[in-house]
Write a protein that binds this ligand. Structure first.
Ligand code: FAD
Length: 421
């Protein structure tokens, strides 16, 4: 009998780690094919650090992963995924190394969707001329050039647009609803940018205008953390505005919000809406916005051979890599059980926010909480240790080809929860 064929779509944070975890469990009991339009992984969380260090983020944050997949015996195809036919177990893809390829088909026994999202910069009026961001290396380098060559010391706005979370009665019950996709990065950037402004004698925390469409920024950090963080930021001098209701327009010299207010700005750093890819919206296993529906074992309830992980999964909210990482472990176990490799009970996803951010000056913050999901865990630490954890994570990820050992997160939690320096 031929081996089951696992096809994985997407090979960035969630995809690479999941592919490697699956291989580590199933070994030669299944064949694995991974498709991504790029053969380089973008290490997104460290883009702001490179921007402030005046280094093009593309140099160090585009990571070659193919040798690790080759070592596992997994197949990699560089191609654009066009669509999926869930009734015939077929993925349609178009090799994209050179234009002109016909669309090809590949059959799967199991399909793992790790395609992330599209970031809707195009939904923000004026973004292409007047908006900045740090969400990919192109935008990171654009901001780096402006900051280091042209910046005159004017106000800097950091804000997010409204996120439209998907709904479906097939999703696990009682998932919290977020108004923004991911507000750890805006908070992190506010801290590290203020440090950069001071160091370069161009301003300080009071130069930064941090705002959110929600009633509070980073609501998923939970009340305990926010009760510490927000007063501290106000004391440091940050301007803070909640309930903007989203971005109306960004123009030369400022930004207009949907609540009618405006803010003068020399630089507007924007985090757009995280939207599902257009082709997913048409498919029968996605929610009303096109995010892939799964249960807490990362499996679609209607198509039990379809799985999702990372930002593409409907239940990944906020859209944060650490949740995707936890889902990767769950998904690999689910598939291994399906293939008879694991026989005992396996654990479902347990929601938790784990975030390590740079604050500039070799300092960072560490947050670990499940309060937003109704839990009682809440840790906020600041100092050199969280910075070291953030930088150490990248080094470990690169060295191990995304296959962070299972004790990796647990160790981060022990060290992070008890930051002493
Ligand atoms: C500035 C910033 C800082 C962040 N910091 C942190 C942090 O400190 N900690 C944290 O946990 N998270 C952080 N995040 C969030 C984290 O980066 C994302 O949650 C994570 O990258 C999601 O991984 P993913 O693999 O699900 O999706 P993605 O990283 O978006 O990857 C999707 C992959 O699918 C491929 N793809 C998409 N469509 C197609 C197609 N049609 N055909 C072929 N290939 C396709 C893409 O090429 C890509 O490789 C940050 C995000 C930002 C923007």
């Amino acid at each position: 009998m031929s081996k089951p064929h696992i096809v994985m779509l997407g090979c960035n944070f969630a995809g690479l780690t999941t592919a490697r975890y699956i291989h580590a469990l199933v070994k030669d009991k299944a064949s694995i094919t991974i498709i991504d339009r790029k053969s380089l992984l973008t290490f997104v969380p460290n883009i702001p650090l490179q921007v402030l260090a005046n280094i093009n983020p593309a140099i160090d944050l585009q990571y070659k992963f193919m040798s690790f997949l080759e070592h596992d015996g997994s197949e990699f195809i560089q191609a654009e995924v066009i669509t999926i036919d869930a009734d015939t177990n077929t993925v349609f893809y178009q090799p994209n190394e050179r234009p002109g390829h016909p669309v090809r088909k590949i059959k799967y026994d199991y399909l793992v969707i790790a395609l992330g999202n599209r970031l809707a910069y195009d939904a923000i009026d004026g973004f292409s001329e007047n908006g900045h961001s740090v969400t990919d290396t192109f935008l990171g380098n654009r901001l780096r050039n402006y900051l280091h060559k042209d910046y005159k010391g004017g106000p800097i706005v950091i804000t997010s647009d409204v996120f439209h979370q998907g709904k479906s009665d097939k999703l696990p019950k009682d998932l919290p609803v977020a108004m923004t996709a991911c507000e750890g990065p805006p908070v992190e950037l506010a801290f590290s940018l203020a440090h950069w402004l001071e160091k370069n004698q161009k301003g300080n925390a009071a130069t930064v205008y941090l705002s959110t469409p929600a009633k509070v920024i980073a609501e998923d950090a939970g009340e305990t953390i926010l009760h510490q963080l927000l007063p501290m930021m106000t004391k440091m001098g940050y301007h803070y505005q909640a309930n903007t209701n989203g971005i109306k327009k960004v123009y030369a010299g400022g930004i207009a919000y949907n609540d009618g207010s405006t803010q003068e700005a020399e630089i507007s750093i924007l985090f757009p809406d995280w939207q599902a890819h257009a082709f997913l919206k048409e498919l029968p296993f996605t929610d009303d916005k096109g995010f892939v529906i799964t249960d807490l074992y990362m499996r679609n309830p209607d198509y039990p051979n379809i799985f999702a992980v990372g930002d593409a999964a409907s239940l990944t909210v906020p859209k944060i890599g650490s949740l995707g990482h936890m889902e990767a472990e769950v998904l690999a176990n689910t598939l291994a059980k399906e293939l008879g490799i694991i026989t005992g009970e396996i654990k479902p996803l347990e929601f938790e926010l784990l975030c390590m951010g740079d604050m500039g000056g070799i300092k960072g913050f560490y947050m670990r909480t499940n309060e937003w999901w109704g839990g009682k865990e809440s840790h906020l630490e600041m100092g050199i240790t969280p910075y070291a954890l953030k930088m150490g994570f990248k080094q470990m990820y690169y060295t191990l080809g995304g296959k962070i050992p299972h004790w990796g997160l647990a160790l981060s939690e022990i060290v992070g929860d008890h930051t002493v320096v």
